[in-house]
Design a binder for this molecule. Structure first.
Ligand code: ZN
Length: 276
């Protein structure tokens, strides 16, 4: 499958998703109501065993076997997606913008079947489908990759951050691990990917076939490299060539065309170099 073919076949789905996000208030109300009363969601924090030093590696997440909730995506609104609504594909989470509610759980998480490592990980349905498409196109070009971690619950991030902080100190932990409620992984729209054990969650991923392929073609599938090189003062994080964020094809294409690297700049939001 060529990239251009992928783009055509994905366009309809992504367009619908953007529209869905535009009325995220209505959907969000449903999702939030579902999440707050769903015992599966409430217990979604996986048991974590951290066995290696950050930031070189991250703990494996064993995602609970939970099927996606039904979400009605039949909508007609045309407004731009919200940057505040956690159900929006344009939601911006950084060190000054925690998720609201802070323990948000996406209502449409599915396993990322179709990408190596993905069956143990979950993302929101539209992002998971796009990641599978991207993986297939990358593989066709000899640049396949695996999923390290995707969705992380508030509870998971809490235990992860606590372990990092206990071992390295809170100040140092905050340079590579988000506080609970401040992690983009909690949106269900982000994923860490890798191609080799040597460069897993390391900057050298950028020089590998998959890393350079994603940097060049990710936008065609609605993904951006969320923490680009040299943008620490804006994003609050050092270069993470392995962390991809689904924003939808419309916004990803716009950013590619404009040469805008950060989500903050693209959406007119202030820089978020540190916690307030
Ligand atoms: Zn990440």
């Amino acid at each position: 499958m060529s990239p251009s073919h992928s783009r055509r076949t994905r366009a309809g789905v992504a367009g619908a998703a953007v529209l869905a996000a535009a009325v995220g208030g209505a959907i969000g109300a449903v999702a939030s109501a579902t999440s707050s009363t769903d015992p599966a969601a409430a217990s979604a924090a996986p048991v974590v065993t951290v066995t290696a030093q950050p930031p070189e590696t991250v703990a494996e997440v064993t995602a609970p076997d939970v099927e996606a909730a039904e979400v009605d995506s039949t909508v007609t609104a045309t407004a731009h997606p919200s940057v505040d609504d956690p159900d929006s594909l344009w939601v911006v989470v950084n060190k000054t913008r925690p998720l609201d509610p802070v323990e948000y759980v996406p209502g449409d998480l599915v396993r990322v079947d179709g990408v190596p490592g993905g069956s143990a990980q979950r993302m929101r349905a539209v992002a998971a489908a796009a990641l599978v498409d991207m993986y297939e196109a990358a593989s066709d070009d000899g640049a396949g990759f695996s999923v390290s971690t995707a969705y992380r619950s508030y509870g998971f991030q809490s235990s992860l951050f606590a372990q990092y902080a206990a071992r390295r100190g809170a100040d140092l932990a905050e340079t590579f691990s988000a506080r609970p409620g401040y992690s983009e992984h909690q949106t269900g729209l982000g994923a860490d990917v890798y191609a080799s054990v040597e460069c897993r969650i390391k900057r050298c991923f950028a020089a590998e076939a998959a890393g350079s392929w994603i940097a060049e073609h990710g936008w065609e599938f609605g993904f951006i490299v969320r923490y680009p090189e040299g943008a620490n003062d804006i994003t609050g994080y050092v270069y993470e060539p392995w962390h991809v964020r689904y924003v939808g094809e419309e916004l990803a294409a716009q950013m590619h065309e404009d040469g805008t690297e950060t989500l903050e700049d693209a959406l007119g939001l202030p820089a978020a170099p540190d916690y307030e």
